[in-house]
Write a protein that binds this ligand. Structure first.
Ligand code: FE2
Length: 190
C-alpha cells in the first residue's frame, strides 16, 4: 500500500544524499510529486479523514535526519489556512478535490498585497513554495460540499519548524509551529 510513497521518499533521500541544492531538490520533488498524485488510490483512509473544525495535517514520513517531511493535508468543505510562510522549500500535489492558493508579497510600506490572482489546483497538478521564490500564501478548499486532499513535501520537519502567520491588513508576523494531527508517522518500510 505504501509502494508509491516509498518510491517518492527514495527519490528525495537519494537526491539529498547526492548533495543536490535547494533549487535542485525543488525541481526533483516536483517531478516525483507528479508521479505520486497521478492516482489517489495509495493513501489509506486513516490519513484521508477530515475534521469538521479545522484542516488536518497527517505526517506520512519524516526523514531520519529531518531533512524533509511528507504530509497529507485534508480539508473539510470551505476550510482555509491563515496567511503563512514556510521558510523551507515545499511541493504540493493535489490528490482529491481542489485547493486554491493566494500568494502575497510585501509592498514598499511592508504591508502584504496579493501577488497575482488566486490559483486553483485540480487532481494530479503540482505547485511549489520556497523562500527563494514565493513563500507567503493563504490556502483554502473552495468547495462548500466536498473534502479535498493534497500531499505536501517540505525541505525540513515542517510540523516542528518555527515559522510565521501574518495579519494580511498590517503585514504583522506572529511565530507559529503547525504540528501534526497524528502522533507518529506510519511505518512505510522505507
Ligand atoms: Fe502553505
Amino acid at each position: 500500500m505504501w509502494d508509491n510513497l516509498r518510491q517518492f521518499v527514495d527519490v528525495l533521500t537519494q537526491s539529498l544524499d547526492a548533495g543536490l541544492d535547494e533549487a535542485g531538490m525543488l525541481a526533483r520533488a516536483e517531478a516525483a510529486m507528479a508521479d505520486l498524485v497521478a492516482d489517489p488510490a495509495w493513501l489509506p483512509e486513516e490519513f484521508a479523514q477530515p475534521d469538521p473544525a479545522i484542516y488536518r495535517q497527517y505526517l506520512l514520513y519524516r526523514d531520519p535526519q529531518a531533512r524533509f517531511s511528507v504530509v497529507s493535508f485534508v480539508w473539510g468543505p470551505g476550510q482555509k489556512t491563515p496567511v503563512h510562510d514556510h521558510t523551507v522549500w515545499g511541493v504540493i500535489g493535489q490528490l482529491i478535490g481542489s485547493e486554491t492558493s493566494q500568494r502575497y508579497r510585501r509592498d514598499t510600506g511592508g504591508a502584504l498585497i496579493a501577488d497575482g490572482p488566486p490559483e486553483t489546483m485540480r487532481p494530479g497538478e503540482v505547485a511549489s513554495v520556497a523562500p527563494f521564490t514565493c513563500d507567503i500564501h493563504r490556502v483554502e478548499n473552495p468547495s462548500s460540499t466536498d473534502k479535498a486532499i493534497s500531499i505536501h513535501a517540505y525541505g525540513g520537519d515542517i510540523g516542528r519548524i518555527e515559522r510565521h502567520v501574518f495579519d494580511p491588513a498590517t503585514g504583522q508576523a506572529k511565530s507559529f509551529i503547525s504540528s501534526y494531527s497524528n502522533a507518529a508517522a506510519p511505518d512505510i518500510g522505507a
